[in-house]
Design a protein around this ligand. Structure first.
Ligand code: GLV
Ligand code: MN
Ligand code: MN
Length: 442
């Protein structure tokens, strides 16, 4: 990508300073981040977002779902008919998460907007917005992309209010405790109708860009994926006296489910993970009473995804029957495959072509219509994938040298983040000035 220019140096300085502002919030002793929706860490990050908007004289809005929006309005201010080009991401994390998943897209959004504003004014009737979505990871209330699902009507507010965290606190209670009004949850059709495009920048969560030698890539789509909750109920007993044949040990079908997930993912060409489990009562010298576990499964298509889940269900069910354990396996969420808007991807590729003049049009991963920035699919979920059902949506990825994500090892170099900001600014510029805006009226 481009060599460091004066503008690039300024972006690098601004990026480093902004990153330092966020760095302490939610940081654990082990170097990971705990930034869960509506907790003190999240509230501090939301305040940071408000300050970042105020420093730039952006108009701040909080929608009924708690998603934050910072608007740069055209010359006539916030009044009148308006079309919106939006970017953004999320500030919450998984448990012990990395620094980049989410915050990079929000910070890049503000810095890209700064770049655009340095030498241009928006056309009348056009706004550019930076958004921050609530509970993207689903780490607290179990449902990923909760803020964007509610915004788009993909999840019902009554069910959302009843979602509980690990301590039994409902979303409604958590919002109320944070001073937000849970009765306002729900779809926001007017907000969606004004959005001409949403482009989310995100740290890459795998190794494709490393392998391709590219700092920035365009997302082609997202694999279908979902979460299933498995409950195994057995009988607690003494580890030193209960005969093996008398036991009803829920750990055994649980273990079978974990290995079945791994085997099924390999057989069907997808991914399946059991990364979360609660054992009750969690005693060293006792047969467990119950185990609750979560399966996260993803695949290139619905058939493969269905086959993975069916295999896990069958093997865990058979093992539970063998061991006299009751099993309950139910889907908690499902996200269909996403193919990002082809017209938007073409526009993005065209806008980014000048940033990589050295790359040829038939470079590995290049989009079929030309352009030198690679296109890659991902198995990770994103708010852009939820919004894609309602508005033209797209994504940019920034290279992650470790290829690791949802871990403190997640990384991106400052120069790649600057390349990402410059790429995002080009894309937003292409959309904000290139897409039709409403006529000014009589
Ligand atoms: C979100 O990062 C997800 O893919 O689970
Ligand atoms: Mn994530
Ligand atoms: Mn993310």
């Amino acid at each position: 990508m481009s060599g460091r220019t004066d503008s690039g140096t300024r972006v690098a300085e601004d990026f480093t300073a902004t990153w330092a502002e966020l760095a302490p919030t939610g940081l654990r002793a082990d170097g990971g981040y705990d930034r869960f929706a509506w907790t003190p860490a999240d509230l501090a990050l939301r305040d940071w977002f408000r300050r970042a908007a105020a420093r730039r004289d952006l108009a701040l809005e909080e929608d009924g779902n708690g998603n934050l929006w910072a608007f740069w309005h055209g010359p006539e201010g916030p009044e009148g008919p308006r079309r919106v080009v939006a970017t953004g991401s999320h500030l919450d994390s998984v448990p012990a998460g990395g620094a980049f998943d989410g915050p990079l897209g929000v910070v890049a959004g503000f810095l890209a907007l700064d770049l655009l504003r340095r030498d241009r004014a928006l056309p009348p009737g056009r706004s550019v917005a930076v958004a921050c979505f609530v509970e993207e990871e689903g780490a607290r209330f179990g449902l990923a992309c909760l803020g964007s699902r509610l915004l788009t009507g993909a999840f019902q507010p009554a069910r959302a209010r009843e979602l509980t965290d690990a301590d039994g606190v409902t979303l409604a209670e958590a919002m109320a405790a944070a001073g937000a009004d849970p009765s306002r949850l729900g779809a926001d059709e007017a907000r969606l109708a004004a959005i001409d495009a949403y482009v989310e920048l995100h740290v890459e969560q795998g190794r494709r860009l490393v392998d391709l030698g590219a700092a920035v890539g365009i997302a082609s789509g997202i694999w279908p994926h979902g979460r299933w909750r498995l409950r195994f109920a057995g009988e607690p007993n003494h580890a030193g006296t209960a005969r093996l044949e008398d036991r009803r040990d829920p750990m055994l079908p649980f273990a079978e489910a974990v290995t079945a997930a791994r085997v099924a993912a390999a057989v069907h060409g997808g991914l399946a993970t059991v990364g979360r489990a609660d054992v009750h009562p969690n005693a060293t010298n006792g047969v467990a009473a119950s185990v609750e576990a979560w399966l996260d499964a993803r695949a290139p298509d619905d058939v493969a995804l269905g086959a993975i889940v069916a295999d896990v269900r069958a093997r865990a069910g058979a093992s539970a029957a063998d061991h006299g354990v009751r099993i309950d396996m139910r889907q908690e969420s499902a996200t269909p495959a996403v193919v990002f808007d082809e017209g938007l991807r073409r526009r993005m590729a065209g806008a980014l072509a000048p940033l990589a003049p050295q790359a040829s049009h038939d470079a590995p991963g290049a989009p079929p219509w030309g352009g030198s920035v690679p296109e890659i699919a991902t198995g990770a979920g994103h708010d852009a994938g939820i919004l894609a059902a309602r508005v033209p949506a797209g994504m940019l990825f920034v290279r992650n040298p470790t290829g690791i994500s949802h871990s403190p090892a997640e990384a991106a170099s400052v120069s790649d983040c600057v390349a990402g900001v410059e790429a995002l600014a080009r894309v937003l510029g292409e959309l904000a000035w290139g897409l039709p805006t409403p006529s000014p009226g009589p």
